[in-house]
Design a protein around this ligand. Structure first.
Ligand code: ASP
Length: 449
């Protein structure tokens, strides 16, 4: 039988390294110059095409997966007060980690003094898109039309509807048993679809990363080296320092295990630049590899992908200090507090999709009186930074999922500590025996008619 086993993670990492190498070679050698064959047919043709197919496939899974797993999750918990507690704990942890993230970023940026003495010359013009008002975000949590919410991928609305549906199924009780069984089955089928899509990951990751690297602007990277380096340093500090200390302190679990098992999810987030598109992989890893019960993960992961963005908050902290220095605007303590509050609110109000961090940044700039055009200065290097911060965003979601699950007794530590857990469950080929069995079932059904 053909299975994709432990080597999927390895394959994905090799694909990532190969993508970085090929992309950089295309870039440095000049082969990817505008109008060239490579640029038109390979980078913006083949690579872009493969990458788009894969991201579409991942996005295709998000809504049905979240819907079914959340219905199962709510019914699995079976107790409204526990449900409320899981919701409250994850919400508070998400806010706490985002606030720490942006505070760390401000500290890193102010101590290094990045941007001081630099000439303000925007490399690209930036006009801010409208960010949603917080009151709208809050009232919009209840969808007027759940089908429209699903069609538009409005995650908070889908989450609300699925939870209410799950609670109602629970209240109907015994009569609704087959509905619960149906949801369990649908969830299992969706997880199988995730495995099928993930089998294509090595090729897609290669294509996505090679394209991004081929398009890197090196001139700009060197001009903005200070900004880029300080930002990456703050992101790494948060990922390997703050989050791991929180994990150890609040759950007592091994950070090393966590980091090893998260590699796959991080590469997916890195190559897609979207916490939302990564939801299927995050749910799968958090439940099957880290042992978080689906009743917790089905809620914390999509919720986190929407409202928790530690990496993005770090970008905002560093970018604010950087632009303030470039434009020689003095920011005081109150301004920094405003930045922290805005970064937290903005991450609640905006979804985890590529580039959304810049929209959030414009909200922060308006509040502290920095010129929004300043964002044009960092626009050129944002593509790469978006990839890195998205990997930090999904790691934050997963850390909180593990902590909440542990505190609720919903974490299977045997799975968490088993390096091979969840690795071998990726059977994507139809078993001949299963195939025959299904054919028999269908034949029996037909002969009954
Ligand atoms: N791409 C990020 C995410 O999906 C958001 C951002 O920082 O732009 O998590």
């Amino acid at each position: 039988m053909n299975t994709i086993k432990s080597n999927l993670t390895l394959q994905v990492i090799i694909a990532m390294l190969a993508g970085i190498t090929v992309g950089l070679l295309l870039n440095i050698s000049g082969l990817n110059s505008t109008g060239s064959f490579v640029n038109e047919y390979i980078v913006n043709g083949l690579f872009q095409g493969i990458g788009k197919l894969f991201i579409n496939a991942l996005k295709m899974l998000v809504v049905p997966l979240v819907l079914f797993s959340l219905i199962c999750g709510v019914c699995g918990i079976g107790n409204l007060s526990i449900l409320g507690r899981v919701g409250m704990k994850s919400f508070l942890l998400y806010i706490l980690t985002t606030a720490i993230a942006v505070a760390t970023a401000i500290l890193f940026a102010t101590t290094t003094g990045i941007g001081q003495g630099m000439q303000a010359s925007a490399t690209a013009s930036f006009s801010a898109k409208e960010a949603p008002a917080l009151i709208d975000v809050l009232t919009n949590i209840i969808p007027t039309n759940p089908i429209a919410a699903m069609a538009n991928g409005e995650m908070l609305q889908v989450i609300f509807f699925a939870i209410l549906l799950g609670i109602s199924i629970l209240m109907v009780g015994r009569k609704a048993k087959s509905l619960i069984e149906g949801a369990e089955l649908a969830n299992e089928v969706m997880m199988k679809m995730v495995s099928i899509v993930m089998a294509a990951a090595p090729y897609a990751v290669f294509a996505l990363i090679a394209k991004a690297m081929a398009e890197l602007g090196f001139d700009l990277l060197s001009v903005l080296a200070g900004y880029v380096l300080v930002l990456i340093a703050a992101l790494m500090f948060h990922l390997f320092g703050t989050l791991m200390v929180l994990l150890k302190l609040l759950s007592g679990l091994s950070p090393m295990r966590f980091i090893r098992k998260m590699r796959n999810v991080q590469v997916f987030a890195f190559s897609t630049s979207s916490s939302n598109a990564t939801i299927p992989v995050t749910i799968r890893t958090v439940t099957e590899r880290l042992g978080v019960n689906n009743s917790v993960a089905s809620f914390t992961v999509p919720f986190g992908a929407t409202i928790n963005m530690d990496g993005t908050a770090i970008m905002q902290g560093v970018a604010t200090v950087f632009i303030a220095n470039v434009y020689a605007v003095h920011l005081g303590l109150t301004d920094y507090l405003v930045v922290i509050a805005m970064a937290v609110l903005a991450s609640i109000g905006t979804a985890g999709v590529p580039g959304v961090g810049l929209i959030m940044l414009s909200m922060v700039f308006v509040q502290v009186g920095l010129p929004v055009e300043g964002i044009g200065l960092i626009l050129g290097v944002d593509r790469l930074l978006d990839m890195i911060r998205t990997a930090v965003n999904v790691s934050g979601d997963s850390v909180v999922s593990v902590i909440v699950a542990k505190s609720e007794g919903k974490l299977n530590e045997t799975i968490y500590n088993d390096p091979m857990a969840g690795v071998t469950s990726d059977t994507i080929k139809l078993d001949q025996a299963v195939e025959n069995e299904m054919a028999n079932v269908i034949e029996t059904l037909h002969s009954r008619q």
